[in-house]
Design a protein around this ligand. Structure first.
Ligand code: DNO
Length: 413
């Protein structure tokens, strides 16, 4: 290998992408190119999950992205319907539709698709306005508040037995100290506000969304971890051959938070789950969105080991950090602050890209996006979607880009 080769290889950086939610986003797409964004991550959020994404709709969005001088790099997400996760009578039709959407997307050059296999909810936080010691606003998952929501606000049948007696008592205290408005807001945040903009209009139009939500949970009564795994295996068995044909990388997003909630099973939270995924369908098209924030909400997840072991099938990286409170509750701590050593993870990703480049893999460059962000300054007056303020994400992106430059300039990569 000549010195020249080394210089070429060291030019490989993570591809800087940005999640944009379409015309309703508080960030305008025309701002992004000048900030060094290299690709857009977006979805057709208005199409209900289970339906085909028609070519005309894909083209419309692609044109908006290209008019801003950018490429539509990644679909996040092409949602997997509840019927597919449940394996019910609508599954086959929805899988046919999913395959058709993949084909349609591939015709417009889209190569990476994010999806998740979390039942009912896409992600959960109990506080969307958690004030950090320095003053910015972040998001928190608090165990006591979550148990209060489950047991006393939602009143999910049998919920008490999912928590220790001590936690039930604490949850009761939290609930009794809440005003009615606060408890309504908590339920609305969990069921509607954090979900609607991501997974379509599931509950927005339903007045009694708590009852509707309970009936969704009820459907999973007979679905445990094994059944859900079986349904994911079936989905992959159908989808991956199509992805192979179309040259598409599928990238499953981890559970957020990465442990069972509301009596629902979880199947993509740990290293063991990653091992299972690889075994059940070894194709490289069966890949992963490595979301450092989601995986890091479990102390027993050793992120450097996980990322190293599965780096070859990481098609997309979501980079952010978390910190724990004493009782194991966690909050989003900023991109470089927190318990995860971001430098170590970025280093591993850089090595993986170099390795792929040496192997001649076409997908040597791994796209990343700064995931979530802290709210600062006058963004309190802007109605950004929860987790997606402009400045906080831009800060995260810059921090990670700087970190990456530093690693590249000082290591042998
Ligand atoms: C929340 C995100 C999730 C994620 C989906 C991927 O901000 O982490 O919405 O994009 O779960 O399918």
């Amino acid at each position: 290998m000549t010195k020249g080769d080394l210089i070429i290889m060291s030019n490989i950086r993570l591809k800087k992408t940005w999640r944009w939610f379409g015309e309703n986003d508080s960030v305008q797409i025309s701002w992004l190119k000048q900030l060094g964004i290299e690709g857009i991550v977006t979805s057709l959020h208005h199409i209900p999950s289970g339906e085909v994404w028609p070519a005309e709709e894909i083209l419309k969005r692609k044109k908006v992205v290209e008019d801003a001088g950018l490429d539509w790099e990644i679909v996040e997400s092409l949602p997997v319907s509840e019927a597919i996760k449940l394996g019910n009578e609508f599954r086959d039709q929805h899988i046919q539709n999913y395959k058709q959407s993949l084909k349609n997307l591939s015709e417009f050059g889209i190569k990476t698709i994010v999806y998740n296999f979390m039942p009912v909810l896409d992600w959960i936080r109990t506080d969307l306005h958690y004030v950090l010691p320095e003053g910015g606003e972040s998001m928190l998952f608090d165990f006591q508040t979550f148990a209060a929501f489950d047991i006393y606000i939602l009143k999910r049948p049998g919920s008490q037995k999912d928590y220790s007696p001590e936690l039930v008592l604490k949850a009761k205290k939290v609930f009794l100290e809440m005003t009615e408005t606060e408890s309504e807001e908590l339920a609305h945040n969990i069921i509607v506000k954090t979900q609607g903009f991501i997974s379509g209009l599931k509950y927005d139009s339903i007045e009694d969304y708590k009852t509707a939500f309970l009936s969704y949970l009820e459907k999973y009564k007979l679905i445990g971890k094994e059944e859900l795994r079986k349904n994911l295996a079936f989905f992959l068995g159908e989808i991956i051959p199509v992805a192979e044909e179309c040259g598409i990388n599928m990238a499953i997003h981890p559970d957020d938070p990465p442990f069972p909630v509301l009596g629902l099973p979880r199947i993509f939270s740990t290293r063991e789950d990653m091992e299972w995924l690889e075994k059940v369908n070894p194709s490289l098209r069966n890949g992963i969105t490595f979301c450092t924030g989601s995986f890091s909400a479990r102390r027993d997840n050793k992120l450097p080991e996980m990322i190293k072991k599965f780096s070859h099938r990481i098609h997309f990286a979501h980079l952010r950090n978390t910190e724990f409170l004493e009782d194991g509750s966690f909050y989003e701590s900023g991109h470089l602050k927190g318990w995860v050593d971001m430098a170590e993870l970025v280093n591993i990703l850089l090595s993986e890209m170099q390795k792929r480049n040496n192997e001649g893999r076409k997908d040597a460059q791994i796209p990343m996006r700064p995931d979530h962000g802290i709210k600062f300054f006058d963004e309190f007056n802007i109605n950004a979607f929860p987790g997606y303020p402009f400045i906080g994400r831009l800060k995260g992106l810059s921090e990670i880009a700087g970190l990456e430059e530093g690693i590249l300039k000082t290591s042998n990569l």
